[in-house]
Design a protein. Structure first.
Length: 407
């Protein structure tokens, strides 16, 4: 009898431990998902080549993105408001124009409640003006602030931003908290400090802030170096960049690349605990299916650590274009064509990625992505696609997604 009780207690302990582990992995996945969406939407808020690539990728994935600019006599704020399902994100653009630089350099502090000169909570004046302009932006007959208050009743609202944008997102969350919106999430990337210790002591316990910094990012501590008034929230998450993207220590493309890697790692761990892959977050393309061979990758040795993430990114991106069934790369094309016919597929897709180091460059690469489509009945190539991109402005993984999305 005693042995049976010990066995039951041991079994209960094991089941409890497994339940706790599964819950932890799910939380890790959900956080990684929010972080990668925040990073990509922050990148999409910039008016440059990576920003355009991010916008197109997010639109392909079903996001409705609305870009706005608000100018007044003190600041010029820019943001993207993105919605999909029950998720609403506001991504505040970081330093991009001369007006933004002026906001960054407007170093003097002002009371958090601007009209209350006795308020001991001090914040960066330039960031405060930027945030006021942001929340007062006209939006569909009201203001952004009122639109977010309406969304918060039924949506999961996240404020995010990179650099100056992250600082404004945090300040906006504090102001919205004061107006009765405590549930808003905040994700910042490489954001400088916003306020003094009194501000931090008030709002760090109240706000849901995920403050992410890249190891080696010089901006996170720049205000503390110039003016001792300012200090960061105490909790931070430090990411290390992959060797192939270390030159993007502060750039949003470096954060977006790292967020994608963290997301794939967290997703893989969670799926392993479940014993099956997670359902796609978009409706699959209608049948007939396409027989897809695994991505063939030939890259410089400096990119060898990126290859697993490249394959995941390519497969994940493909799922938004068609209904893939994956073949086996070790088999011949003829064998894969037969397998495709047996499965009722209409075509076989062969994908290749090459990455060569640019001449006289340490971490610039010339990436080429190719697709060849074969008819399953005749075996003839019916169409082909090829695109080449330099990684001067993008990381290799982001370049792959941009090229594959164009196919």
């Amino acid at each position: 009898m005693l042995g049976k009780k010990v066995f039951i207690l041991s079994l209960c302990f094991v089941l409890t431990a497994l339940s706790v582990l599964a819950s932890s992995l799910q939380e890790g996945y959900e956080q990684a998902r929010r972080e990668v969406l925040s990073a990509w939407l922050s990148m999409a808020s910039y008016d440059d080549k990576p920003g355009e690539a991010a916008r197109q990728e997010l639109i392909r994935r079903g996001w409705d993105i609305d870009y706005r600019i608000q100018k007044d006599d003190k600041s010029e704020s820019k943001f993207s408001l993105a919605r999909k399902g029950r998720d609403t994100f506001v991504a505040v653009t970081g330093t991009e124009s001369l007006a933004d630089v002026k906001s960054d350099l407007n170093l003097h502090s002002i009371p958090y409640k601007e009209r209350d000169t006795g308020d001991l909570r001090k914040v960066h004046a330039g960031f405060s003006y930027y945030t006021t302009s942001l929340l007062d932006t006209p939006y569909k007959g009201t203001t952004l602030k009122q639109a977010l208050k309406a969304d918060a009743a039924s949506q999961n609202v996240t404020l995010t931003g990179h650099s100056l944008g992250g600082a404004a997102a945090l300040l906006a969350a504090a102001r919205l908290y004061d107006e009765g919106l405590p549930q808003i999430q905040v994700v910042t990337f490489g954001a400088p400090a916003v306020g003094n210790s009194a501000f931090n002591e008030t709002y760090e316990p109240l706000l849901h802030v995920d403050r992410i910094v890249m190891a080696g990012d010089p901006v996170k501590g720049i205000l503390q170096t110039v003016d001792g008034t300012y200090s960061q929230f105490s909790k931070e998450t430090v990411w290390d960049s992959a060797p192939s993207v270390q030159r993007f220590a502060h750039d949003i493309v470096g954060y977006a690349d790292a967020a994608l890697r963290h997301y794939y790692d967290a997703k893989g761990a969670y799926e392993s605990s479940l014993g099956h892959p997670l359902a796609a977050d978009v409706a699959r393309a209608a049948e007939p299916s396409v027989w897809v061979l695994p991505l063939a990758v030939t890259v410089d040795t400096a990119l060898s650590g990126d290859v697993p993430y490249m394959r995941q990114a390519a497969d994940n991106q493909l799922a938004y274009r068609l209904h893939p069934l994956y073949g086996v790369s070790e088999k011949s094309l003829a064998e894969n064509l037969k397998a495709a016919r047996d499965k009722g597929c209409e075509a076989v897709l062969v994908r290749r990625l090459t990455g060569k180091r640019a001449k006289d460059k340490d971490y610039d690469f010339v990436m080429t992505y190719e697709e060849v489509w074969y008819d399953v009945q005749s075996g003839a190539a019916r169409s082909a696609f090829s695109m080449t991109m330099n990684t001067e402005k993008m990381t290799p993984i982001l370049a792959l997604l941009a090229m594959a999305g164009t196919a």
